[in-house]
Design a protein around this ligand. Structure first.
Ligand SMILES: [Zn+2]
Length: 283
């Protein structure tokens, strides 16, 4: 029997089975076309950014030369938001939009509930040494923090007790979990840390050409909001309110515009890197 006559005899003898098979094959090909990765890659994925202006309400943060950290970072955050929203593929969620008090845990909850892709916390620095100046980018640390970073983290975390309590809860939760889930959680954690470092490096690039004598620095510290969020997270200290010259700069709207522009450009560059896996290893 030739293959053709075999097919004909199959159609004649078992028509339902053959049509069922043909229907399933067509359905399978249609499904493959629908979920084709080339089709999905043609449309850039939207990026959802959480902007977190630190402090607010009764907590003004650092205050120097009549500049209040809580007000300054809200101004900068609003500028970053306007710049980012010019891009139709970017959505922005603010953890606070006015001079209001929002707890650190609520800031994290907002970002998690809205499933944001990236978390950017904005602060302004203060130091006993008036010579300290420049921008600093912090991502979560896995190693014992150095004394200075820990001191700063305690300041920005508002209350050390909140952090200690959170760490205690985390320890208890970990002991309840099985080995496999602990490993998976650890992988997520490592992945988040690497992405946060890459985002810090991207931010850093936008400051490098400015002032060679005072480059921006990348550091690690256990700030609550960047430790407790599960997406890539960076805390930016936009400058020192205690530095006599820098505080004057920070008060100027044009200087705030420049900061906002660099942050928004870095976010868009980071998005580009995330959209193109082949660029992920590049700084
Ligand atoms: Zn602060």
């Amino acid at each position: 029997m030739t293959p053709l006559s075999a097919a004909v005899s199959l159609i004649i003898s078992r028509p339902t089975e053959l049509w069922k098979t043909t229907f399933l094959v067509v359905l399978f090909h249609a499904a493959v076309l629908l979920i084709s990765p080339t089709k999905a890659a043609a449309v850039p994925a939207a990026l959802h950014v959480a902007l977190d202006p630190g402090h607010g309400g009764l907590d003004k943060g650092a205050i120097h030369s009549s500049i209040k950290e809580s007000e300054l970072v809200l101004l900068v955050a609003n500028k970053v938001k306007s710049l980012l929203e010019k891009n139709e593929n970017v959505r922005v969620t603010m953890t606070r939009t006015e001079d209001q008090s929002v707890s650190l845990s609520d800031r994290v909850k907002i970002a998690e509930a809205r499933h944001v892709d990236i978390f950017v916390s904005l602060h302004a620095n203060a130091a006993n040494d008036q010579r300290a100046k420049g921008v600093e980018f912090f991502f979560q640390n896995n190693l014992p923090p150095d004394e200075e970073s820990l001191y700063l983290a305690n300041l920005e975390n508002q209350s050390n007790t909140a952090l200690n309590q959170a760490q205690e809860v985390e320890k208890q939760e970990l002991s309840k979990k099985g080995d496999i889930s602990a490993i998976i959680e650890d992988l997520h954690h490592q992945n988040k840390m690497m992405s946060s470092l890459r985002f810090s490096q991207t931010l850093n690039q936008f400051w490098q050409s400015d002032d060679k004598s005072n480059p921006a620095t990348i550091k690690q510290a256990p700030f609550y909001v960047i430790s407790k969020t599960t997406m890539p997270a960076v805390l930016i200290e936009v400058g020192f309110l205690t530095h006599p010259k820098e505080v004057k700069q920070l008060a100027k709207p044009e200087y705030q515009d420049q900061i906002a522009e660099k942050i928004s450009k870095a976010i868009l560059t980071f998005k580009e890197k995330m959209d193109k896996p082949e660029l992920r290893t590049l700084n």
